[in-house]
Write a protein that binds this ligand. Structure first.
Ligand code: ATP
Length: 378
């Protein structure tokens, strides 16, 4: 927990593949921003876990790492897992998913947003208005029994999907509260859309029924529902119309990559996994083994995840300096993306990971020192 009024303990999982390459410059950026603004600092505790750790020790996520993550003020996690390192049943190790279960992180928050002026794969000029949040339930759904799937001989395999009232109620309340905060910030009515497959599966009809029940407690927010297949199409055809989408674990896993696609790259997609007592912040992307070790991975999703962490800590600890730091980092990333300044290959640039991150640090310093700073980060 916070050791004094302004030192935050951050549990850090450096991860596998490109994980350590994007984590190091992100920690440098956080320290730099803290030094620049003052009023807060960080103690980073690096914890072992991941595919490489598993291949060396036989353990993917040691209990001591879980305990330290639980005790920290927040957790910053890079990507984990490698296709070349698998368990005897053929699946990859997934400590990042296991941690969501251990810490009860039911709400996976994945913002899908385009900075004004940013180029995207969508040619429609309204793409500049894309600003919605996908909330992926992260502790049940099709992942609830993910280590218990059955293969019967060579003729059949089964997996189980579980939806509970307890988690669904928390999830939907979280979605409606987020829509309420966004409505206040954006000065327009909020809307939550439940994304499911209630026309075919009873479990999803149950999910939707609970959603509609909880909606009654938030009369100021519009509530509607959509089938996941139609939503996949609408996310491409008219994504600027959505505000908050809330969905089951597997659907959220898939739709969040689609969201990253409409932003232009997974390298710009941050996320937060939030529970009642803990929160983990990590990029939506994986370990990208195809580009690992080359120093060319995009660090911006990791940096934006760190900004989400500061925003969450600011609310948890009523610390306005952290909120200011979060807005500053976000503004600096936005400025560089729009200006195409020092971007990595996935965004059409030629910069290295480190140069891209250093350019964000330079933009933070420039913005913090400019007279119009408060306007730019407001
Ligand atoms: P997971 O299942 O763990 O999410 P994945 O197998 O879906 O992982 P990723 O590791 O996310 O895949 O990579 C998908 C593609 O996106 C790869 O071509 C990878 O190089 C690219 N990619 C992912 N993250 C980045 C990044 N930060 N910068 C540049 N390219 C990235």
């Amino acid at each position: 927990m916070v050791q004094n009024s302004n030192v935050y303990t951050i549990a850090v999982f450096d991860g596998d593949g490109i994980g350590p390459e994007i984590m190091a410059p992100t920690l440098k950026l956080l320290e730099n921003t803290a030094g620049l603004l003052g009023g807060f600092s960080f103690e980073f505790i690096h914890l072992p876990a991941g595919a490489t750790h598993f291949s060396e020790t036989g353990e993917a996520l040691p209990k001591a790492s879980i305990d330290a993550a639980r005790a920290a003020d927040a957790v910053l996690l890079s990507a984990m897992g490698l296709p070349s390192i698998r368990k005897p049943d053929g699946t990859e190790i997934t400590p990042q998913i296991d941690l969501r279960f251990e810490l009860g992180l039911y709400a996976g928050v994945r913002p899908v947003r385009v900075y004004p002026g940013q180029s995207t794969p969508l040619s429609d000029p309204r793409a500049e208005q894309i600003d919605f949040v996908l909330i992926r339930e992260s502790t049940e759904g099709l992942f609830a029994h993910m280590h218990e799937g059955q293969i019967h001989g060579d003729s059949e395999a089964t997996e189980t999907l579980r939806i509970t009232r307890k988690i669904s109620e928390k999830l939907f309340d979280f979605a409606f509260r987020l829509a309420t905060q966004r409505a206040e910030k954006r000065g327009r009515k909020g809307r939550v859309t439940c994304v499911d497959k209630a026309n075919v599966f009873r479990a999803f009809w149950f999910f939707r029924t609970i959603f509609l029940e909880r909606a009654k407690a938030f009369p100021d927010i519009d509530a509607d529902a959509a089938y996941v297949d139609a939503m996949a199409m609408w996310m491409v055809q008219r994504p600027w119309e959505f505000d908050v989408l809330v969905t089951e674990n597997m659907f959220g896993d898939i739709l969040s990559d689609l969201g990253a696609g409409i932003m232009g790259t997974l390298g710009l997609a941050p996320s937060a996994d939030i529970g009642d007592d803990s929160a983990v912040f990590q990029p939506c992307h994986g370990t990208a083994p195809d580009i690992a070790g080359q120093g060319i991975a995009n660090p911006l999703a990791m940096i934006l995840s760190a900004a989400m962490m500061l925003e969450w800590l600011a609310v948890e600890h009523d610390d306005t300096a952290l909120a200011q730091a979060a807005r500053l980092i976000d503004a600096a990333v936005g400025e560089n993306v729009v200006a195409k300044c020092n971007l990595t290959g996935d965004l059409g640039g030629t910069s290295s990971t480190l140069d891209c991150a250093d350019a964000v640090i330079a933009a933070i310093q420039r913005l913090a020192g400019s007279d119009s700073y408060s306007d730019k980060v407001a």
